[in-house]
Design a protein around this ligand. Structure first.
Ligand code: FES
Length: 271
């Protein structure tokens, strides 16, 4: 064995031998995540005008903003619907800890924020700041120990996902029957993208069959096949992460635009 190659070849934050645009991906992702956080804060605490989280074409058909869905404040469960809550409390304030926890502890998300916010490292073969080298790997320690909760956030996210599909059925219910509007499509696409994100999750794959030593007989064979199918979806986990996240905000903008009267939703058909 030789001495091997020492990586990176050039020392110093951001220094590298790479000649491609290695910085473009972490930069784009950093801007995307920062914009998502600012928009969420704005929508939760600043632009909280009553009546901009959902709309209805008639008495039944209800389209919810993905940020505020499920609207737990309408639930009779735990007396939430009759709760005299403070003005800053809304459905998103109560529910967003689940998607935040789920996405924040996601294996793919860890890669994104380690690269974009901690430059640890910012890209392959690109050197990181000296402080990172001094601190060493901080993986699942201190605050990051919460990353170990990912599988539990997965369970909660699956419940949210079911409720989202349930909400889609509400958005398909019109006075005159079952139908589809642009708003129904918005909710349906959001639920679909979230489904793909959840079903391509590493923790779900482990749960399905990864935890077994072998897939030889009976149920374990089925779980092995499930593992294989989830592995195929898992290859695009990053794609589903970004598309589902983006659509949360596009969906909210759509609902906001309809509620404020900038655009009109229309029923495409009702049967
Ligand atoms: Fe990304 Fe589970 S690993 S959602």
């Amino acid at each position: 064995m030789g001495d091997g190659i020492k990586l990176p070849v050039i020392n110093g934050l951001g220094r590298t031998n790479r000649i491609d645009n290695w910085w473009s991906q972490p930069l784009t992702m950093g801007i995307g995540l920062t914009a998502a956080m600012i928009y969420t804060f704005w929508r939760l605490f600043i632009y909280t005008t009553e009546g901009t989280i959902s709309y209805s074409l008639d008495g039944h058909h209800t389209v919810m903003s993905p940020i505020f869905s499920p609207n737990v404040l309408e639930w009779d469960l735990f007396g939430l619907s009759s709760w005299d809550h403070p003005t800053w409390v809304n459905a998103a304030v109560l529910i967003l800890w689940i998607p935040f926890g789920f996405r924040g502890t996601c294996y793919y998300m860890r890669r994104v924020y380690y690269r974009t916010f901690f430059a640890s490292p910012v890209a392959c073969w690109v050197d990181e700041p000296e402080i990172n080298k001094k601190l060493g790997y901080q993986g699942e320690k201190r605050l990051f120990i919460f990353n170990n909760l990912h599988r539990y956030f997965l369970y909660a996210a699956m419940v949210i996902l079911l409720i989202k599909w349930w909400d889609v059925t509400h958005a398909m219910t019109f006075d005159d029957g079952i139908g589809l509007s642009l708003g129904t499509l918005v909710m349906g696409i959001e639920a679909f993208l979230l489904t793909m994100y959840v079903t391509s999750c590493h923790a779900l794959r482990h749960l399905a069959g990864g935890m077994l030593d072998r897939w030889t007989t009976g149920l374990s064979q089925i779980r092995g096949k499930l593992f294989g199918q989830i592995s195929i979806l898992n290859r695009s986990h990053g794609f589903w992460f970004w598309t589902s996240l983006t659509f949360v905000f596009l969906g909210d903008l759509w609902v906001l635009a309809v509620c404020e009267g900038y655009v009109n939703d229309v029923a495409l058909f009702v049967i």
